[in-house]
Design a protein around this ligand. Sequence first.
Ligand SMILES: CCCCCCCCCCC/C=C/C(=O)SCCNC(=O)CCNC(=O)[C@H](O)C(C)(C)COP(=O)(O)OP(=O)(O)OC[C@H]1O[C@@H](n2cnc3c(N)ncnc32)[C@H](O)[C@@H]1OP(=O)(O)O
Length: 394
Amino acid sequence: VAMAHLAGRLAQRWCPSSLQVISFPVVQLHLNRTAMRASQKDFENAMNQVKLLKKDPGNEVKLKLYSLYKQATEGPCNMPKPGVFDLINKAKWDAWNALGNLPKETARQNYVDLVSSLSSSLESSSQVEPGTDRKSTGYETLMVTSEDGITKIMLNRPTKKNALNVEMYHEIMHALKAASKDDSAITVLTGNGDYYSSGNDLTNFTDIPPGGVEEKAKNGAILLREFVGCFIDFPKPLIALVNGPAVGISVTLLGLFDAVYASDRATFHTPFSHLGQSPEGCSSYTFPKIMSPAKATEMLVFGKKLTAGEACAQGLVTEVFPDSTFQKEVWTRLKAFAKLPPNAMRISKEIIRNREKEKLHAVNAEECSVLQGRWLSDECMNAVVNFLSRKSKL
Ligand SMILES: CCCCCCCCCCC/C=C/C(=O)SCCNC(=O)CCNC(=O)[C@H](O)C(C)(C)COP(=O)(O)OP(=O)(O)OC[C@H]1O[C@@H](n2cnc3c(N)ncnc32)[C@H](O)[C@@H]1OP(=O)(O)O
């Protein structure tokens, strides 16, 4: 009740004059002209574009804009944390602080990318006919952009370390289906902020439907099976850019990608036993094949966290880059890949992957069915309650 009350107060304070939060970074603009770089002009243009947005992009996006602006202009957050009752400033501080040591240049680029995706999605969503699926143009939990033959799907809940809530599972499936049909040659999945993803959002376990926990677990297994199925069936080269730590399902899915590039800040952690759960994303099959059964056991059963270097040595990661040059180096490479003949790439992927597809779908079905049982276990319920009660979320 207290949380709902706080959320209501936040919404009341933020909703009225649509762009209240995003106007803040704009009026506080103090450009450090001596530090100008190539993208400074884009950054300034993006700030102007923000003022012209016709629709309110929502509080989560406005906080994102605010935090990227602060990171791009001032660097990592070193302000004292506002008190718990200073709700708006605390939310802003949290968003900025969540960016950790994200370099100023990357923050500036992310700000520009975010504004560009907003401008196109909010403009075109105002043109869609009534009844058209709004998610084909605007996403709540993702930033999807397509240029230079590359569709980029960016997980966009940085203040929650890009944890996958139910909406995000649906939006990723939607984005993958759209990317499989668009005219891009390759598709990239990455994370916004300091994390790639912290895996399944543990609050997914909290809203229990009238049918009780059994119904919840059954629906969860159906959703998970469909979600992983989209990765198994994805027809174009699918590349993960692991920009920071990855946890749980965001790690296991990597076995279904065609290439995995990681920043040296990334770590790979699958604490399934700690959570009373079991492996998914076909990792019970792909990981032993990729890295040997014993190494897979260390990760999937004992929850050993790997550095990017270790994950690369074990074949889960294709190549590791220093964080400071990660974005520049991988995007140069991806742009070159995207110029290759797209049909040849699809066909080559097909021949590499297709003979495994049936097996992967069977593994996926089995893993989901086992997890459905785990979600009802005391071990799992206790672990989720422990996480959520850590900060009085229950
Ligand atoms: C029956 C249910 C059906 C469900 C629907 C289908 C589900 C399919 C499920 C597929 C199976 C997937 C399995 C997994 O992925 S297992 C892995 C789950 N993830 C975790 O256990 C990670 C939990 N998070 C953490 O340990 C830490 O947050 C982390 C180490 C990632 C970062 O720590 P740090 O101290 O740096 O930051 P905070 O903890 O303060 O995090 C910032 C805020 O983000 C929230 N957060 C982060 N991760 C999650 C998460 N996974 N779930 C929910 N919330 C998360 C965190 O609470 C903070 O929020 P506040 O600022 O509001 O406090």
